[in-house]
Design a protein around this ligand. Structure first.
Ligand code: HPA
Ligand code: ZN
Length: 354
């Protein structure tokens, strides 16, 4: 268990000092799709390197197409962007670019989603995907001092048989990923569809998370908990529509990996000022911020923190502290590691309040 808030509160840290504190505070990122970190410049570079034809004539034209109306309109372009990834080096380069940015933003730990089916369906071997990403994580730990772990996600628009086969195909590299997740088109693909593959993952000792309550209704959040036995909910923002679910999430300390700029870009909210984050925090939920698909949604982790604190007047230094502390509490690392990062966080806030 993470310690309660320290006796000293951080109200005395003025709003003018928040941006610097948000940027420099140590934090974890627990919801980032590595294919969603692929910047248009790197897409074009890899397309050229691999002789892949793109439907956009330039980086600018591709970026201009990033005007989404909902999750599916984004996913269509996101899967097209991933088509340039063919070789182990491509996966390494993509992950390395993200890890360099994350380390520069004082992300001390990151749990990275990857979508093997997006690649194996195009004939890219599982080994190519996992080794490229793993080597980037390993090198980032050595050279950038950032801790990075992988979570294998199943695409929920595909069948459970496909997900089961994907998990089995990844088992030779079982030690290179810490858990499984569930992403892609949520509506019409309830968590119950993946009961068996999540049970198999549990048998294998893997952590379990699932996207739920992003576009899907509150029962998808309950289904992910009850049927998939997930330890965290990705997004989960629509939980605010069900008071009993909110009480349960708070009582069971189920973390929600909230992605505000993603919700804004995919039109889940019209304005960041309308976002559910303040409600989730005031209800005592273990929420923290994440970037989801930073190359597509207008910013990496610090951009999410800065935009929320600018748009939401109820967020101050206490909330910044709680969000960062929640990011450690919700992470799949040892209690010792979490305690070490939390101690660094305390020091940063105590120094800022002095
Ligand atoms: O925000 C998302 N939701 C569902 N699937 C995804 N795959 C990448 N990003 C997302
Ligand atoms: Zn996501």
């Amino acid at each position: 268990m993470t310690a309660a808030l320290p006796a000293i509160a951080f109200d005395r840290i003025g709003r003018d000092r928040l941006p610097a504190l948000l940027r420099t505070m140590p934090k974890a990122e627990l919801h980032i799709h590595i294919e969603g970190s692929l910047e248009p410049e790197l897409i074009f570079k890899l397309a050229q390197r691999n002789g892949v034809a793109l439907s956009y004539p330039s980086v600018e034209a591709l970026r201009a197409a990033y005007a989404f109306t909902d999750l599916q309109s984004f996913l269509d372009i996101y899967y097209a962007g991933a088509s340039v990834l063919l070789k182990e080096q491509d996966f390494f380069d993509m992950a390395w670019a993200y890890l360099e940015k994350a380390a520069a933003e004082n992300v001390v730990h990151t749990e990275i989603f990857f979508d093997p089916q997006t690649h194996t369906a195009r004939g890219v071997p599982m080994q190519t995907v996992i080794l490229g990403l793993h080597h980037a994580c390993q090198r980032a730990h050595q050279e950038l001092g950032i801790s990075a772990k992988l979570i294998l996600c199943f695409l929920r628009h595909l069948s459970e048989e496909d997900a089961l086969a994907t998990l089995e195909a990844a088992l030779p590299w079982r030690s290179y990923f810490i858990g499984v997740g569930l992403d892609s088109s949520e509506r019409g693909h309830p968590p119950e569809k993946f009961a068996r593959v999540f049970a198999r993952a549990a048998e294998l000792g893997l952590h379990r998370v699932a996207h739920a309550g992003e576009e899907g209704p509150p029962p998808y959040v309950a289904g992910a908990l009850d049927v998939l036995k997930v330890e965290r909910i990705d997004h989960g923002v629509r939980s605010v529509e069900d008071p009993a679910l909110m009480d349960r999430l708070a009582a069971e300390r189920i973390p929600l990996t909230v992605c505000p700029l993603s919700n804004l870009k995919l039109c889940g909210v019209k304005d960041l000022a309308d976002h559910q984050l303040p409600q989730l925090l005031s209800h005592g939920l273990v929420a923290m911020l994440n970037s989801d698909d930073p190359a597509y949604f207008g910013g990496y982790l610090n951009a999410n923190y800065l935009a929320c604190f600018e748009a939401m007047p109820s967020l101050g230094a206490n909330e910044a502290y709680v969000l960062a502390r929640n990011s450690f509490e919700a992470s799949f690392v040892s209690a010792d590691q979490r305690a070490g990062w939390s101690a660094r966080l305390n020091e940063a806030f105590v120094a800022a309040a002095a």
